[in-house]
Design a protein around this ligand. Structure first.
Ligand code: A1EHT
Length: 105
């Protein structure tokens, strides 16, 4: 089964809607997004829908392989990105980079 919905912390909504944030990094529970499908996006906190995105790509990545390239696409520094991931996914080393484009809200 492919996933049709995704949740983001509210604090990232502005960056997603402005196009500043074009990837998200998730664990294996959220690797089953199918490229070229539309996914509905809501806030984690209240499940408020705020846009839809088109999935472009899902690629496995090791925590240690995260670079400034990924951080740029998150609109963060690499230090900030690693701190966010450490908080959400403590000790998880097998991650997935989900690349998307914003379709509108
Ligand atoms: C709501 C929920 O369950 N999970 C997540 C998991 C991740 N993310 C964001 O993806 C990037 C790298 O992990 C960062 O920008 C994170 O903040 C998120 O917003 N919500």
């Amino acid at each position: 089964m492919y996933l049709a919905d995704i949740l983001f912390f509210e604090r990232f909504e502005v960056d997603i809607l402005s196009g500043a944030k074009t990837i998200t990094i998730r664990d294996k529970t959220e690797k089953n997004f199918l490229p070229n499908t539309i996914v509905q996006v809501s806030t984690y906190e209240t499940r408020r829908w705020f846009c839809q995105i088109l999935i472009k790509d899902v690629q496995p990545i090791r925590y240690d392989e995260l670079s400034e390239f990924h951080a740029n696409q998150e609109n963060m520094s690499l230090e900030e990105l690693k701190a966010v991931i450490d908080e959400i996914y403590p000790n998880v080393r097998d991650l997935y980079v989900i690349t998307y484009v914003l379709l509108g809200s």
